[in-house]
Design a protein around this ligand. Structure first.
Ligand SMILES: NC(=O)c1ccc[n+]([C@@H]2O[C@H](COP(=O)([O-])OP(=O)(O)OC[C@H]3O[C@@H](n4cnc5c(N)ncnc54)[C@H](OP(=O)(O)O)[C@@H]3O)[C@@H](O)[C@H]2O)c1
Length: 208
């Protein structure tokens, strides 16, 4: 089974989602002062782009990325536009200064509202895959959601100061073979990192 089939978002006709994140292996840090804790890791960025874009030939199918407002604010135009990717931003305040972009579908007041929007699009046959892109609170909420399928988690084997962290997850997430790439271990500028995948063995087939 390849990556497109894994995050095909449909389990018996019901939409599911996966998470994409990178964290410091030791302290689980994902962010520092609004940015990533580490200098840019080229292979990780390429893996993120390849894994979370649409792989279907049908260009009307969307890969939908769900972000918190601050994570969305630092997405570059390129990250916002590549490979059939569209976005839903979570913001309780629905801050009017929220970054606009042609591929921004909507601003949702909560994660359930974002997932309901996605379910509507899915019923219209428009969704290829769904990715939770952080930050910390969004990851935390989605980890305990029954429709959370997989965590695509890059482990960075070097310590960096961090102020945002990936939440711990329990044994219901089991490490599985990474079918998104066979090239899972990298080193750049003295920083080694590894692409791991964890499958939720309790993912259930209830509706969003
Ligand atoms: N390493 C990684 O994989 C990774 C991934 C993503 C982000 N990051 C890093 O993490 C940091 C940003 O993450 P963050 O946790 O600080 O912020 P964030 O989740 O991106 O944004 C926080 C804002 O999102 C909105 N929000 C969050 N949870 C919500 C919910 N459940 N319902 C409705 N709105 C919600 C709120 O917006 P309002 O204030 O408008 O209500 C909140 O203030 C940056 O440093 C970034 O570089 C790292």
């Amino acid at each position: 089974m390849d990556i497109m089939e894994q995050n095909v978002s449909i389990t018996n006709g019901i939409i599911t989602f996966d998470m994409m994140a990178a964290m410091c292996h030791n302290n689980r840090g994902i962010g520092y002062q609004g940015d990533l804790p580490w200098p840019k890791l080229r292979a990780d960025f390429e893996y993120y782009l390849k894994t979370t874009s649409t792989h279907k030939k049908d260009s009307s199918l969307m890969s939908i990325h769900v972000h918190g407002r601050k994570t969305w604010a630092v997405c570059t135009d390129f990250q916002a536009s590549y490979g059939g990717v569209y976005h839903i931003v979570c913001s309780q305040s629905r801050d009017p200064s929220n970054k606009t972009h042609p591929n921004l579908l909507t601003v949702a007041g909560s994660v359930p509202e974002a997932l309901e929007n996605i379910a509507d699009l899915d019923r219209k046959g428009k969704v290829d895959s769904v990715w939770i892109m952080g930050g910390a609170g969004i990851y935390q909420e989605c980890l305990s959601h029954p429709l959370c399928g997989r965590i695509y988690l890059t482990h960075v084997y070097k310590d960096f100061p961090s102020d945002k962290f990936f939440p711990p997850f329990d044994d219901n997430f089991r490490e599985v073979k990474n079918d998104a790439t066979s090239d899972t271990y990298h080193e750049e500028d003295g920083i080694s990192f590894e692409f791991k995948v964890y499958q939720n063995i309790r993912k259930c087939n209830t509706s969003i």
